[in-house]
Design a protein around this ligand. Structure first.
Ligand SMILES: [Zn+2]
Length: 405
């Protein structure tokens, strides 16, 4: 091990023998008692010396025998050090690509704050390069979202859409003005490539004709159509549920941005569950959806605020990355929504529904209590993979769990 104090954490002495690492309540931690000599020694933990050399340096500083090993062990258990050479062959390969590493350095530093093991951050970042994600929809939300995932190190981001780029699709970070008139999927794939110079070569598509590709770690549904955002169709999600493919919804409807639900098939509420719950609460819901879908109104440009769309793309990409890094994001079993002009984010639960064939309700049976919030928390834990229980990624404000149709 070649220990390095996590550079992401700023250091400050709270008093003569207590050090605070980090600034924000989410990640800061204090360590004490620590004498001045040990505090000075921390400067040597900068990723240039292995343990043998550090022990030698410690002897020169008159630190007691065994002090270095005990200190490094203590710092490692507190999640404050990383291994400058750790992470295995995939990490070594990534470290060998200097330009890519330089570009992703802030992302790596951020990952070092949300993980504790000395080689967790570099392992996750290098693992992203072998992942395949599909984004369906290349409008203001989808194209930006796809480029973000690619830029954040996801190895293969496949974008699907139809038609040609219209002026209203253009967005910074997504489809450029120069692409107006081109095929949407082609233009979006170019935006994905441009976001990540040096990414791994694209593998041949394994999609069988007419079938679902089993190889995607995640599918993001970012429809340009506002009805599809507000009332996602089960027919679209059904093959994903059947194949057990995790999927995430994101989009803008009217002046509301939506991220979620993140669907773990058979474990958390899906589009079908959402539809059934809304129908329970308002029996005319299916009638309304049918009218919206029939599109009898004027075919004018649908509302989609550029800043709101970009915000949705960014938040959805963060939820997607949290999942790809082994967590369950707070959009699992919930839709995060934000409306202009107030811009207060809040989450609405998407409960598993017994009438939905996805099976999430069956799995969650007996775990729900009469209290909505308690039940939701139970479900969130139940829906988590072992790895993902380490930390929730977003707070759920109390009092926002209103019934929603
Ligand atoms: Zn369902």
């Amino acid at each position: 091990m070649v220990p390095r104090m996590k550079p992401a954490l700023r250091r400050g002495w709270r008093d003569l023998n207590t050090v605070q690492f980090g600034m924000t309540p989410a990640h800061a931690m204090t360590l004490g008692p620590m004498d001045q000599a040990t505090g000075d020694f921390l400067d040597l933990l900068n990723g240039t010396r292995g343990l043998a050399l550090l022990r030698e340096e410690a002897r020169g500083m008159d630190l007691p025998e065994g002090h270095v090993d005990a200190l490094v062990d203590r710092l490692a258990r507190a999640g404050l050090v990383e291994d400058a050479k750790g992470g295995g062959p995939a990490a070594d390969a990534l470290r060998g690509k200097k330009e890519v590493m330089d570009r992703l350095a802030p992302d790596l530093a951020s990952l070092s704050l949300t993980t504790s093991g000395p080689d967790d951050a570099i392992s996750l970042l290098s693992a992203r390069r072998s992942l395949r994600v599909q984004v369906r929809g290349a409008g203001r939300v989808g194209a930006v979202l796809a480029a973000l995932l690619s830029g954040a190190g996801v190895g293969e981001v496949d974008v699907r859409d139809w038609g040609r780029v219209e002026p209203g699709d253009v967005a910074p970070g997504g489809l450029p003005a120069a692409s107006v008139g081109e095929r949407r999927d082609t233009a979006a794939r170019r935006a994905v490539s441009a976001a990540a110079p040096g990414r791994p070569p694209r593998r041949a598509s394994r999609t069988a004709a007419g079938g679902e590709d089993p190889g995607f770690s995640l599918v993001v549904l970012a429809p340009r159509d506002d009805v599809d955002v507000h009332a996602p169709a089960m027919a679209v999600a059904e093959p994903l549920v059947r194949s057990g493919t995790p999927h995430l919804y994101a989009g803008v409807v009217e002046a509301t941005g939506v991220v979620g639900p993140f669907v773990l098939p058979g474990e958390t509420g899906c589009a079908g569950c959402l539809h059934e719950t809304r129908t329970d609460r308002d029996e005319v819901w299916p009638r309304l959806v049918a009218q919206w879908r029939s599109g009898s109104g004027p075919r004018s440009a649908r509302p989609c605020d550029l800043a709101l769309a970009t915000t949705v793309a960014g938040l959805a990409a963060a939820h997607a990355l949290a999942f790809l890094d082994g967590r369950v994001p707070s959009s699992a079993g919930a839709r995060w929504e934000v409306s202009l002009p107030g811009l207060n984010w809040h989450a609405r639960p998407v409960w598993p529904h017994a009438a939905c064939p996805c099976g999430a309700a069956e799995k969650g049976k007996g775990e729900h209590t009469s209290k909505e919030e308690a039940a939701h928390e139970t479900m969130a834990v139940q829906g988590s993979s072992e790895e993902s229980c380490r930390k929730a990624t977003a707070p759920r404000p109390a009092g926002t769990w209103r019934a929603h149709v």
